[in-house]
Design a protein around this ligand. Structure first.
Ligand SMILES: [Zn+2]
Ligand SMILES: [Zn+2]
Length: 186
């Protein structure tokens, strides 16, 4: 099942432990505005006990995603489902990811762990941190609504391999992605 934006009733943001509800609301509202959706906050979630890879000191992204409800499991839905975590997450074969989407279940996860400038030994910058968060959230929600990675380096759906990629791309969709998102596949 791919969730189409035009059938979606709203966005629900689930903060994982460590994320304040106010931050989840802020991130959700900003991203939801891009999609013309209303956002609300869901219950706080805990990562499953087996999500941690002790050797890597990182958490399995798929494990956290499995804790989140699917888009069509929620009453009055379908709702796009977004999880926000402070934990550093990975998927097999990649050192880390900024986020991951389970398209079949209509839910996405974004990690804040590598979005703060302090992670890269730079001075704190709240505005930059919030911009990065919004970009990663909009990117993952783009996947939720069926978009793939885009070859246009300025498009929000361009793949971010490093934080520099995130910083250099724009906050919005290119014309092609925008058409797919708002009108659906032709
Ligand atoms: Zn992506
Ligand atoms: Zn694009």
């Amino acid at each position: 099942m791919t969730l189409f934006l035009k059938n979606t009733r709203g966005l629900i943001v689930y903060p994982f432990s460590g994320i304040g509800a106010d931050f989840a609301v802020m991130a959700g509202r900003r991203a939801a505005a891009t999609f013309n959706l209303t956002a609300r906050t869901g219950d706080q979630l805990e990562p499953p006990w087996d999500a941690l890879n002790k050797r890597r000191r990182q958490y399995r992204s798929g494990s956290l995603l499995s804790r989140m409800p699917a888009a069509d499991e929620l009453a009055g839905g379908p709702f796009a489902v977004l999880g926000i975590t402070d934990l550093d997450i990975f998927v097999p074969r990649l050192n880390y990811v900024f986020g991951q989407t389970d398209q079949a279940r209509g839910c996405a996860l974004v990690s804040l762990a590598r979005l703060r400038p302090e992670f890269y030994a730079k001075p704190p910058n709240r505005q930059l941190f919030e911009e990065r968060t919004e970009k990663e959230v909009v990117h993952e929600l783009g996947h939720v609504f069926g978009l793939a990675h885009c070859p246009d380096p300025a498009c929000i759906m361009h793949f971010s391999n490093t934080i520099e990629d995130t910083d250099s791309k724009g906050p919005g969709f290119c014309a092609i992605c925008s058409r797919l998102l708002f009108q659906g596949p032709v």
